[in-house]
Design a protein around this ligand. Sequence first.
Ligand SMILES: NC(=O)c1ccc[n+]([C@@H]2O[C@H](COP(=O)([O-])OP(=O)(O)OC[C@H]3O[C@@H](n4cnc5c(N)ncnc54)[C@H](O)[C@@H]3O)[C@@H](O)[C@H]2O)c1
Ligand SMILES: O=C(O)[C@H](O)COP(=O)(O)O
Length: 387
Amino acid sequence: MFKINCMNAIANVGLDLFTDNYELVDNFNDTNAVIVRSSSVHDLELPPSLVAIARAGAGVNNIPLDKCAESGVVVFNTPGANANGVKEMVIASLIIAARNIVGGVNWVNSCGPDPEVAKLVEKKKSKFVGKEIKGRKLGVIGLGAVGVLVANAANKLDMEVYGYDPFISVDAAWNLSKYIKHSKSLDEIFRECDFITVHVPSTDETKGMFNNETFEIMKDGVVILNFSRDTLVRDEDMIEALGSGKVGSYVTDFPNPMVCGVEGVITIPHLGASTSESEDNCAVMAVRQLMDYLENGNIRNSVNYPTCDMGVCMQIGRIAINHKNIPNMLSQFTSTFARENINIPDMINKSKGQYGYTILDIEAPATPEFAQKLREIDGVLKVRIIK
Ligand SMILES: NC(=O)c1ccc[n+]([C@@H]2O[C@H](COP(=O)([O-])OP(=O)(O)OC[C@H]3O[C@@H](n4cnc5c(N)ncnc54)[C@H](O)[C@@H]3O)[C@@H](O)[C@H]2O)c1
Ligand SMILES: O=C(O)[C@H](O)COP(=O)(O)O
């Protein structure tokens, strides 16, 4: 029986995939696997029973990836599963910002049940004249699952779209419309664009990429959309840039005490992926990946361990080993079985950065004694008996 702890509400269509061999538990401390959305895992002690964390979503900055890898805990995410939800929100936000819709709606609401409201609206609506997005320049920073969809959709709305992503994947490049201008530098995006939307992960490299220096390069009145993470923007610099008119409007999906209520900021309560479709997609993908890992040892869409797929075990036994990516691991694993005269008809060994993963199918039952011998090898982080 596998114990699963959901740290956030996860869509039933995903949870319903769990068979009788799974139990949903409230306690993080003796769970085998966790499903999480944006709750932070950083300050939690990882229990020895924990083997995997599935992020039902894209961003994994709420999970201590290295600490997990070091404890043999595989972290998964669900690439692309919520991208359409975010794309639609970005397109809505482009128009909301260009047309001062929030300002107009707030003003009408402030009129209360005034019997003259219809007349008043016609008299005062000129205060809320906006601009159309057609023909205006949009810069898309990060052309992954979300960025590509945003770039293509904005192009179909007749915007002139510039895209920047020095690490673009082959798949993303294939999916990108030929009408997107390829920017080779961030400066080009900053210099040329009327609207800039950012779709990169929060990392040490992307942290604070919107700051006084980069605002300096931008056009006056530029509109910035942030559906990635608040860490990408240096808030004090943003507030200054809004005050001086350098930035015309800042739409962010990540309210924090610095930007909430500041004039020119449109704060959305992290709703980019909050659609029933995105929630369902993420839940189904997260649960399928977890089940394949728990039942077969296979890894798909992990952010801290390599992709590794041996299908379903057709041999008598299977053992999965999370370990450091260092010399001599494999020979130590195979000799553990050779000493007992046990054949290994199939195996796979993959690595990602500092970490490695090996699945061994053996012609004998995988016993706790074997597992213990493997655990004692230097560099081994976790050993699981799959079958
Ligand atoms: N607001 C929401 O609800 C919501 C939903 C989904 C994702 N997100 C955020 O958006 C981010 C992107 O999501 P995604 O699904 O497109 O992820 P993704 O991994 O598919 O795409 C990220 C892209 O950013 C690129 N990139 C990385 N560093 C870069 C840099 N320095 N400059 C330019 N490009 C860079 C990568 O090459 C990749 O193509 C996530 O990491 C998450 O933080 C937010
Ligand atoms: O990174 C993501 O996938 C988004 O920020 C969505 O987060 P959520 O699952 O908490 O809505």
